[in-house]
Design a protein around this ligand. Structure first.
Ligand SMILES: Cc1cc2nc3c(=O)[nH]c(=O)nc-3n(C[C@H](O)[C@H](O)[C@H](O)COP(=O)(O)O)c2cc1C
Length: 353
C-alpha cells in the first residue's frame, strides 16, 4: 500500500512521503522542523514550511539570521510561506530567500487575523479573485521555483466563487494548492470540512494538499483516502505528537527514523505521554541553542500552550515550566514532571488554539 500519488513528485522529484508540517506563526521555525524531523522515517522525503514571512519586512531583514528564517544543516526541501500583495516586495523577498536553498514559495491566502484583512493580504485576498491571481503571477514572474498557495474556502461560503478563484490562481501559474477548508469568518472555529478538499481535488489538475483537524495518524490516512488529495498537512497535532509521521511510515512500509532502527513508534496513552516528555526536552534544548534568552523562553511557552492540551495535566506542565528561567531548570523540571505514572496523552482534544 502506498500513500503516494505522483502529484508532489512532479514538483519536487525526491518527495516520496505525502505528509507535511503546516506553517504556523511562532512555531514552524527551525526548532520545530528539527524536532519533527527526528520522527520522519529515514527514507522519507517531504517538503517543509516556515512560519508566514511578511514580504514587506523580508527585504530589510538579515534573512537567514532572523528567528523565522534560520535554517539548520538538516533543513532541505523548505518551501517558505510569504504574506504579501505587492510585486516589488514579493520579488525582493523571494530574491532574499532563494540563496538559502529554498525549493518553492508558498503564498498565504488563509490568514484571518484583523491585520491581514486590513492590509488586504492573507485570507482577504480571497475576496478579490482577480487580484489574488495577479499575486500568484507576481510570484511566478519573480522565480523559476514552484509556487503554491495555502488558502481557505473563502471569506464566506460561496462555492461558485471558490472554484473560479482556484481556477484563476492555477491559470496564473499556481503549481499546487493547500486547502484548509474553513472560511475566513470561521477562523479556527467549527470543523474543517474535508468534503471541500475532495470537491476541489475533483475539479482541478494541480496537486492538492488537504489540511485541518488531523489529530492522529489514522486521521491523516482517512483524509488521504476520503478526499483523494495528494498530501496531508498537519499543524497543531505535530507539535504534540511528531511521531505521527513515524506511525504513518510504519503503515506505509517506510523505515524507522534515524537512530530508532529496530524500534516501533510510540503507542498507547502512557508511552505516548512519556515520548511527549522527550519532545518537550528536545524542543527546550534546541530553543536555547538557536534563540537568545528571553526569546527562547517565549517560544517554549507558546509551544507548550499549543502542544500540551492532549496531555492530562497539560495546564500544570505549562505552569511549572513557565516559571523556569534557564535551560538546566527547564530540563530538571521536565524530567521530574514526566516521572509521574499518571500521565496520559489522549488521541483527541478539542483543538482550542
Ligand atoms: C498558532 C498557529 C499559527 C498559524 N500560523 C499560520 C501561518 O503562519 N500560515 C498559515 O498558512 N497558516 C497558519 N496557521 C494555520 C495552520 O497552518 C493550519 O491551517 C491550521 O492550524 C489547521 O491545521 P491543523 O488542524 O492541522 O492544526 C496557524 C495555526 C496555528 C494554530
Amino acid at each position: 500500500m502506498t500513500p503516494f500519488k505522483q502529484g508532489l513528485s512532479t514538483l519536487w522529484g525526491e518527495v516520496n512521503f505525502p505528509f507535511t508540517l503546516a506553517p504556523m506563526v511562532g512555531l514552524s521555525h527551525v526548532v520545530l522542523r528539527e524536532v519533527v524531523r527526528d520522527y520522519l522515517p529515514a527514507n522519507a522525503k517531504t517538503i517543509w514550511p516556515t512560519e508566514m514571512l511578511n514580504s514587506r519586512r523580508l527585504p530589510h531583514q538579515a534573512v537567514g539570521k532572523t528567528p523565522e528564517t534560520l535554517f539548520s544543516e538538516r533543513d532541505e526541501l523548505v518551501v517558505p510561506q510569504i504574506l504579501g500583495n505587492e510585486k516589488e516586495f514579493i520579488e525582493k523577498s523571494i530574491a532574499k530567500l532563494e540563496p538559502l536553498g529554498i525549493r518553492g514559495i508558498d503564498i498565504n491566502m488563509g490568514c484571518p487575523v484583523q491585520k491581514a484583512l486590513k492590509h488586504n493580504y492573507g485570507v482577504a485576498l480571497m475576496g478579490d479573485a482577480q487580484y489574488a491571481a495577479s499575486v500568484v503571477r507576481m510570484a511566478k514572474e519573480s522565480t523559476d521555483l514552484p509556487v503554491s498557495v495555502k488558502l481557505r474556502v473563502g471569506l464566506h461560503k460561496d462555492e461558485d466563487h471558490f472554484y473560479k478563484f482556484c481556477h484563476g490562481l492555477i491559470e496564473n501559474g499556481a503549481d499546487l494548492l493547500t486547502l484548509h477548508p474553513r472560511t475566513g469568518a470561521q477562523k479556527r472555529r467549527g470543523n474543517a470540512d474535508w468534503n471541500q478538499i475532495k470537491a476541489l481535488k475533483e475539479r482541478v489538475g494541480v496537486p492538492i494538499i488537504g489540511n485541518g483537524d488531523v489529530q492522529t495518524y489514522q486521521d491523516a490516512m482517512r483524509m488521504l483516502e476520503e478526499t483523494q488529495c495528494d498530501g496531508v498537512m498537519i499543524g497543531r497535532a505535530l507539535t504534540c505528537r511528531p511521531w505521527i509521521l513515524w506511525q504513518l511510515g510504519e503503515e506505509y512500509g517506510f523505515e524507522a527514523p534515524r537512530g530508532r532502527e529496530g524500534q516501533r513508534a510510540p503507542q498507547g496513552e502512557s508511552e505516548e505521554a512519556r515520548e511527549y516528555g522527550v519532545v518537550v526536552q528536545r524542543y527546550c534544548e534546541l530553543c536555547f541553542q538557536y534563540f537568545p534568552y528571553p526569546l527562547a523562553m517565549r517560544k517554549i511557552k507558546f509551544f507548550l500552550r499549543v502542544s500540551s492540551p492532549w496531555l492530562n495535566f497539560g495546564h500544570s506542565l505549562t505552569k511549572v515550566l513557565g516559571k523556569c528561567r534557564e535551560l538546566e531548570e527547564l530540563q530538571a523540571a521536565t524530567q521530574k514532571f514526566f516521572e509521574s505514572d499518571s500521565l496520559i496523552l489522549s488521541p483527541y482534544t478539542n483543538l482550542a488554539y
